[in-house]
Write a protein that binds this ligand. Sequence first.
Ligand code: ATR
Length: 273
Amino acid sequence: MGKSYAVIGDPIDHSLSPNIHSAAFRELNLDASYIAYRIPRDELEIGIEGLKKIKIDGFNVTIPHKVEMMKYLDKIDETCSVIGAVNTVTNENGILKGYNTDMDGFLDPIKKRKIEIKNSRVLLLGAGGAARAIVAGFAKEKSQDISIYNRTETKSRELVKFAKSLELNSSEITLSSIKNEIREYDIIVNATSIGLQNEDSIIDFDGVKENVLVYDIVYMPMHTDFLNKAKERNTKIIFGYEMLLGQAVRAFEIWHKIEAPYNAMKKALLGGV
Ligand code: ATR
């Protein structure tokens, strides 16, 4: 019997994961299918029961279930316990094991470009779920420090604490201090959802160091105002779709235990952006 996979979340109809994984199945002639399955916030438990009943082989988890899903796992991979959120689940005979591929998915495009993360000074905009995986990534790769800006200060304070608990130096920063200190950073990341609706970037890049790495996790549109402004300044940039692809490749490899067809997956994704 063919294998079946899904992505669960709400809203889910704009998810690109079915396109990416289906393209990989086609490329490798795998007898498998991948669907988007909407599970509202308060129906996670019953939704999971349904997935077990149809003997789903694995699934991705997205907003709003990434943290809540931890409760329903039988086994927890280390990536998942550190971050406190899950985005990839395997099902082996009813035993659910959770992984988090967001962190490595975020790091992969940086490593591909051979950009040194160790001892780097990082500016992070945002303090939501994605930002947490990103902080864990910079801690793992031993950045020197990370300054965190967030609209809601209680959340940036929380994330600074989290960074420190992973032995990564960290402090909060305000928008006005970013203006004065932007030249200090080697890596600047937007992990807010600003850009998704074509909003202007919340920072500009006046005075930025040459060759700084600017990374946006917003993948739709591909060319956000944040990246467009960065490009005007001789910076290196990484697009949001690269992280999306990175986490999908990792999830694919956990499920199928074979190398993912990166180019076919990329092509499917860029067709959809
Ligand atoms: P994700 O899982 O993608 O990180 P999230 O947890 O909802 O999603 O986080 C969204 C992030 O974008 C948060 O940092 C949020 O800031 P708040 O904590 O203040 O809500 C940020 N964000 C979203 N819209 C914003 C806006 N208009 N201005 C500033 N920050 C915004």
